[in-house]
Design a binder for this molecule. Structure first.
Ligand code: MYA
Ligand code: UBL
Length: 271
């Protein structure tokens, strides 16, 4: 009888665990904290292995991040692996819905591949440090001329050091259920380096992750690697059509693997 007063106390955690809003915030905080902690482990390993900023550190980061999907109840179904089996440098472009994209990215990340990211990420504590150690190229989105010159340098480095770069051409995270119009940087980069573009499409997260509704359930994400798009012989005059071509195939793939039809999703290719 004495223990009866404890019943409400036991009910509180039970209610919390069944509340989807609580699960949402818990999983989000856990994700950030866990990645920060993984970065703490990765930093000394990377420094000991390669002495500082080096693209080879991405192997360490990839290895350490691969289990995180299980902790969040996420699964990735990858198709089109064969399109990544290619020698030499290339530019990967993919849609960008959330910071959770990092988990899918690490599923398919080829060797000698790093990313283009906004410069603010360098201030993200231990994650920022690991991004720097992994050779991530930081751009200032507020200053187009700076971003362009960093990308032009990146084109040279890609060839000199035989590296691959992953760019999110939408330029920002987007969960509107469609792709945002593409920015041109990734296409200039590929044309300047004369390397192929490999599009990779993540299916919509809307069946398990809804920011506004504060829902973060378990879910399966389809990741589709598409055939390369050649840029040999193209010039800056071809950048717009290259971007339009990439947008069209990625958008139709996005709608297809997200279980939607182009007609059911508002205006087509809204550039
Ligand atoms: C253990 C813990 C692990 C943690 C792991 C962490 C992994 C982290 C993963 C991190 C993931 C982080 C992910 C992230 O952080 S995503 C956010 C950052 N990424 C991006 O923004 C990439 C995509 N953006 C672009 O490509 C933009 O175009 C840039 C940023 C370059 C400029 O954008 P901006 O908005 O300022 O300008 P604009 O696009 O309107 O272009 C203006 C004009 O300039 C022309 N132009 C553009 N570029 C070039 C060029 N290179 N050479 C010559 N010309 C060029 C262009 O054609 C246009 O001219 P016109 O056509 O109108 O005449
Ligand atoms: C000093 C502490 C600062 C804490 C900041 C928390 C940092 C996040 C930590 C762990 C998350 C896991 C790694 C995530 C890396 C992904 C970054 C990302 O997705 O950046 C967003 C960027 O693409 C587009 O930015 P906007 O949508 O334009 O905005």
């Amino acid at each position: 009888m004495d223990a009866l007063w404890m019943l409400p106390l036991l009910l509180v955690p039970l209610l919390l665990l069944t509340s989807s809003t609580f699960v949402f915030y818990f999983k989000k905080c856990f994700y950030v904290a866990w990645m920060m902690m993984l970065a703490v482990i990765a930093i000394p390993i990377c420094i000991l292995k390669s002495g500082g900023r080096d693209i080879e550190n991405m192997r360490v980061i990839r290895f350490l991040v691969r289990h995180v999907k299980y902790l969040l109840g996420l699964r990735f179904e990858v198709s089109g692996w064969e399109h990544l089996q290619m020698d030499g440098p290339y530019v990967i472009i993919s849609n960008h819905q959330s910071s959770l994209d990092v988990l899918g990215l690490m599923e398919v990340l080829p060797d000698r591949c790093t990313m283009i990211a906004k410069k603010e990420l360098i201030y993200a504590g231990t994650v920022g440090i690991i991004c720097w150690l992994g050779g991530i190229v930081f751009i200032n989105r507020q200053k187009t001329s700076d971003a362009k010159s960093v990308m032009a340098d990146a084109a040279k480095t890609m060839l000199k050091e035989q590296i691959r770069l992953w760019v999110f051409p939408e330029g920002t995270r987007n969960q509107k259920g469609d792709l945002l119009p593409f920015k041109k940087g990734a296409f200039h980069l590929a044309v300047q380096a004369q390397v192929p573009i490999i599009p990779i499409v993540f299916s919509s997260y809307s069946n398990f992750y809804l920011r506004k509704e504060r829902e973060f359930k378990s879910g399966t994400i389809s990741l589709k690697v598409l055939p390369k798009i050649e840029t040999k012989g193209l010039t800056s005059d071809d950048v717009s059509s290259l971007s339009d071509q990439s947008y069209a195939i990625m958008r139709s793939t996005f709608l297809e693997i997200s279980g939607r039809t182009p007609q059911s999703n508002g205006p087509s290719s809204a550039h």
